[in-house]
Design a protein around this ligand. Structure first.
Ligand code: GRF
Length: 304
């Protein structure tokens, strides 16, 4: 069963300090409630929505938080009808790539066409001349180099990357074929907000060394009859964060790694757009045991 609380608030200035205050207050009382979703309802009014799954019965409460400059007041008030999300804030996305960036392109396209309630506001790459970076430049999306290496001396340090992403007011980070390990500084700065797509059904065929064609060759060599993309939260290691979404793709008897890769990639594009749409509509919820689920758009009572 799901339980939700809504904090509504009025704020005369930027919502960021208000969000931080609420986050601090929640994390001291219950760590699982530490990351509220934020919605803008009007210029001076914001709401914070919390979602979790208690074992007991369905509960719902709404609390109103009034914020006038530094003075704030919290009081319990009446419940509010679920599902009215017309005021969900448009999200700001950073995409990280190292190669051609076909996933990045399909996400950006979906943002432009309106099927995703967000915008790619910055592209991060470790290879300034990769296809993804070139596409971003053509589209007028700022490109940032990370990390600093011998080949890319203009790259940023981890701390500077965090500062720059904060400057862009990034809500979510989407890794799409980015081959470098994500530094701890970034993971700490963006808790539960960094995602990766991997071209196999994790936890199989994941971890250090499983990238590109190596993944598909290993799948074929194992005799597995099914493969497919996984989207997962990012932690300090390769491919070990919580699984959020998967799609099954058949492995055919005569498949080459390239043929399987192409079939999986087609599904990657659809899955990453679907998941990004869900993220940008605040449809990710956390089951009590820590498993993230996606709330169905068509039927808000269903999760997958
Ligand atoms: C995809 O197969 C993805 O699963 C993996 O890297 C590849 C990136 O492809 N992490 P593209 O650059 O999006 O075309």
């Amino acid at each position: 069963m799901e339980s939700q609380s809504l904090f509504s608030g009025y704020c005369s200035n930027s919502i960021t300090p208000l969000y931080k205050k609420i986050q601090n207050r929640l994390s001291s009382s219950s760590p699982s409630l530490a990351y509220p979703s934020c919605f803008i309802r009007s210029k001076h009014r914001v709401s914070f929505k919390l979602q979790h799954f208690p074992a007991s019965e369905r509960m719902r409460s709404v609390r109103r938080l009034e914020c006038t400059n530094s003075v704030e007041k919290v009081s319990n008030v009446v419940s509010e009808k679920e599902g009215s999300q017309s005021w969900v804030k448009r999200k700001r996305l950073a995409v990280f790539v190292s190669g051609g960036g076909s996933n990045f392109r399909s996400i950006n396209q979906a943002c432009i066409e309106g099927s995703v309630n967000g915008d790619v506001v910055v592209l991060v790459t470790n290879k300034h001349a990769c296809g993804g970076a070139q596409y971003a430049s053509d589209k007028g999306i700022p490109v940032i180099l990370f990390p600093k290496t011998k080949d890319e001396p203009g790259g940023l340090s981890s701390d500077d990357l965090v500062k720059v992403l904060r400057g862009f007011e990034v809500d979510f980070i989407l890794l799409a074929g980015y081959l470098k390990l994500i530094p701890l500084e970034l993971i700490r700065a963006y808790p539960r907000s960094i995602f990766n797509i991997h071209p196999s059904l994790l936890p199989a065929f994941g971890g250090k060394g499983y990238y590109g064609m190596k993944v598909h060759k290993a799948v074929i060599a194992s005799g597995a009859r099914y493969s497919g993309p996984t989207i997962h939260f990012v932690d300090e290691q390769y491919d070990t964060g919580r699984i959020l979404a998967q799609k099954v793709v058949p492995v055919l008897a005569n498949d080459t790694a390239e043929e399987l890769a192409a079939r999986v990639l087609q599904e990657e594009h659809k899955l990453y757009v679907e998941v990004t749409a869900a993220l940008c509509e605040d449809r990710i919820v956390w089951r009590e045991d820590g498993v993230p689920l996606i709330r169905s758009k068509e039927n808000p009572e269903e999760y997958y």
